[in-house]
Ligand binder design. Sequence first.
Ligand code: AMP
Length: 209
Amino acid sequence: MSSIVLFGPPGAGKGTQAERIMVETGLPQVSTGDMLRASVKAGTETGMIAKGFMESGQLVPDSVIIDLIKERILEPDAKNGVMFDGFPRTIPQAEALAEITAVTHVIAIEVPDGKIVERICGRFSCGVCSRVFHDLFNPVGPDGCPCGTLEEKRRADDNESTVMSRLNTYHEQTSPLADWYRSKGIFHSVDGDRAIDKITGDILIALKK
Ligand code: AMP
């Protein structure tokens, strides 16, 4: 079992690219953010712990996240590996991951801070099929969502003040992981400030290295 990690700041386009890379690699997307939002919605104990951290743009404690991943990785669709999106976000999470599965590629989607607020504040997803859209950069086409029903959903933490806090958290706690993975020779950088197709193309090239 070997896995890949999509790495980058909030709003870099990890979710959008994960949907596309999933089709190419067959690896299921595992987004800790999506898992936590589902737990908050369901009112589970994990959700109750996570809610406040998420609303203020801080990281949920490592132990909570590592437990979620340990459980998720046991599911049948994960037997050949997974594509992590938004995990790991700290060195302890990366160390725990190394015990669970071999990571072959860490793909960093690089986007300058100045572009992040605009990207996050215009994004939404379809509540029925989870496809990701953006008011400006990836609008819904004239025929609507490909799933046939568009239920527009915007995240509670996709507002300007929480985004600034999420960006600070990223620089302080998550970006040090880049050097950690670079030292292992599995880190690849992709320019994320371009057309979605071009980024997907570069990610697929990086995955062959
Ligand atoms: P995301 O959907 O990846 O942007 O995550 C939304 C929020 O969930 C983050 O701002 C954190 O509060 C929390 N979160 C998601 N993944 C993690 C993680 N790996 N470690 C800690 N907190 C996380």
